[in-house]
Design a protein around this ligand. Structure first.
Ligand code: IPE
Ligand code: IPE
Ligand code: MG
Length: 247
């Protein structure tokens, strides 16, 4: 399937809502946490598969602001898995020239997570290949709220004239200031919703939903999503005829 992908039309940024770990485990009669543990091979395949095709950014929704309301044992386990994953994956990222970035309220994470993330980002910051953006304690509304607070503060402090506020400027106050908007969003597990992910950035993103549960997601599923993306006509408000004429 990889062979039929048009290498001239690869999304520059792919965002993924990695959903279905709990149900994957429950189907096997195991604890939800077992599903989170088995999510790592899917993460690896998504990263490797994207890098192979020349994707520049892959954003992975790993823990939402709302996920803090899950049972404490599950939250603790997820944080532990995160630390292990960073420890295991940073050497691979170094080998593959991949840079680690984060978005979200990183300060709200447990100390060991913060330290591991800091180490991972520091170590990989000179890498020039693909960027992996981990969304942790992240939600779109939280991010927009933070941007509004920062902008209002600048206006109040006289650093910014109110009439300088525009869409571009708001974008620069988001966590994703230096990251282009995703062209493709993939959500696994059959749920057809955004769940507070990148609300601003997804304005014109192509959405792709699959029934596959996240721990089962493999390169071929990524390829399927990219092929579906390549069949879409991205019109950005124009007519189909206008779009065809400009291609
Ligand atoms: C996604 O899988 C991982 C996180 C949200 C952390 P879930 O844990 O939401 O799995 P389901 O949706 O309950 O199956
Ligand atoms: C969204 O999944 C968040 C992540 C994948 C990290 P959830 O499983 O938390 O989403 P909802 O609550 O079912 O919409
Ligand atoms: Mg879920």
């Amino acid at each position: 399937m990889k062979e039929v992908i048009d290498k001239g039309n690869i999304p520059r940024h792919i965002a993924i809502i990695m959903d279905g770990n709990g149900r994957w485990a429950q189907k096997k009669g195991a604890m939800r946490i077992f599903g989170h543990r088995n999510a790592l091979s899917a993460v690896r395949d998504a990263i490797e598969g994207s890098a192979e095709l020349g994707v520049d950014y892959i954003s992975l929704y790993a823990f939402s602001t709302e996920n803090w309301s899950r049972p404490k044992e599950e939250v603790d386990a997820l944080m532990g898995i995160l630390v292990e994953a960073i420890t295991d994956e940073v050497p691979t990222m170094m080998k593959n020239n991949i840079r680690l970035e984060t978005i979200g309220d990183i300060d709200s994470l447990p100390k060991s997570c913060k330290e591991h993330l800091k180490m991972g980002k520091e170590k990989t910051k000179g890498n020039t290949g693909m960027t992996v953006v981990l969304a942790l304690s992240y939600s779109g509304r939280w991010e927009i709220e933070q941007a509004v607070i920062k902008i209002v503060k600048k206006v109040v402090d006289g650093e910014l004239p109110a009439d300088a506020i525009n869409q571009d400027m708001i974008g620069k106050h988001l966590n994703t200031a230096d990251i282009p908007d995703p062209e493709l969003l993939i959500r696994t597990s059959g749920e057809i919703r955004i769940s507070n992910f990148m609300l601003w950035q997804l304005a014109y993103t192509e959405l792709y939903f699959t029934e596959v549960l996240w721990p089962d997601f493999r390169k071929k599923n990524l390829h399927e999503a990219i092929l579906a993306f390549q069949k879409r006509e991205r019109r950005f408000g124009k007519t189909g005829d206008q779009t065809k004429a400009s291609n």
